[in-house]
Write a protein that binds this ligand. Structure first.
Ligand code: AHG
Ligand code: MN
Ligand code: MN
Length: 304
């Protein structure tokens, strides 16, 4: 039987033709971007971004390329990007408001480990809760190029292939992904010496009691892909120095929370599901916890 293409899958599952076009366009736009990566692998710009972090040349270039290409689709009214101090105002009458982490995992550029791009799509301008996400998707530039999307009807993964004419196309790899139970791996970001001692104890129990194996790459989408396919827990918790953690609510946490919850996992932020969180400041950081349901329940008890 022939494997389904991304376009055909979208046709069957996404009613709004404009949303279909935005999702499939991004899959190919990010593929085109990847062809240029080798030119920008070394160096940082002098500037810091709005989070006070050094901007790698590749961060800057990918942000420009993805933003320009998204604007050219004519489907985007505004783009909120992790790498832009102000949102980019595109086509006034276009239907979608987009959030973008253009290059997730900048510290892995030099080491040639996996990194990715994360996108959230809304029908209204931000701020909004994650419950208002129309769609979210991520690209993982790993040994193979995968694309995962959700519109709130399951989470689906595609992988890049070439047809006999050498044209790239995305073929279905996993439909309606379900997080495996009871879960196999965990990854935790930040400094354990700065964590709440109750979280540190919970973390030790992940290998002592739950018998999970450690997996931490330093790229959120890569670590997320580990737990999506193997089950377990990923957290970038609050700490004494950074009560809000490191990860960004709208650029990183909420788009992945939609995909995670649609795959049967539970997300948490110390105040409920990550999708329920609302912050007036679109650039807010948030503690992030993604896990199999029973692990998030244990975590909530441990921290209460
Ligand atoms: P970005 O490259 O978009 O700034 O994101 C980096 C994030 C995320 O990908 C990862 O989970 C985390 O930062 C890694 O942080 P540490 O280097 O502190 O482990
Ligand atoms: Mn990121
Ligand atoms: Mn980034």
């Amino acid at each position: 039987m022939e494997v389904e293409t991304l376009e055909s899958h979208l046709e069957r599952h996404v009613e709004d033709q404009r949303l279909r076009k935005l999702i499939s366009s991004f899959a190919y736009i990010s593929l085109d971007a990847q062809h240029h990566f080798p030119k920008y692998l070394r160096g940082t710009l002098g500037d810091k971004n709005k989070y006070g972090e050094a901007v790698a040349k590749l961060d800057e270039w990918v942000n420009g390329y993805l933003c320009d290409s998204l604007v050219k689709t004519g489907l985007v009214a505004k783009i909120y990007s992790e790498e832009l101090r102000q949102p980019l105002i595109a086509s006034a009458n276009a239907p979608f408001f987009v959030t973008l982490d253009p290059l997730d995992g900048s510290s892995n550029i030099v080491t040639n480990n996996a990194f990715g791009s994360i996108v959230g799509v809304y029908a209204e301008d931000l701020p909004q809760t994650g419950k208002r996400l129309l769609a979210s998707f991520y690209k993982l530039y790993g040994p193979v190029n995968t694309f995962v999307y959700s519109i709130g009807k399951g989470s689906h993964e595609f992988v890049k292939h070439y047809d006999s004419e050498g044209n790239a196309k995305f073929l279905l790899l996993a439909e309606n992904i379900k997080v495996p139970e009871p879960g196999e791996v965990f990854g935790l970001g930040g400094d354990p010496l700065e964590w709440d001692p109750r979280f540190l104890k919970f973390a030790k129990d992940l290998f002592r009691v739950e018998k999970l194996k450690v997996r931490y790459s330093g790229t959120l989408v890569a670590d997320f892909s580990q737990i999506l396919h193997r089950g377990g827990l990923f957290a970038y918790p609050s700490s004494k120095k950074s009560p809000a953690g490191k990860l960004r609510l709208v650029y990183e946490a909420q788009p992945l929370a939609l995909i995670w919850e649609q795959a049967g996992g539970a997300s948490w932020s110390e105040e409920g599901s990550l999708l329920e969180v609302y912050r007036q400041d679109v650039d807010s950081r948030i503690p992030v916890y993604f896990g199999n349901r029973h692990l998030i329940e244990k975590l909530q008890k441990a921290l209460s």
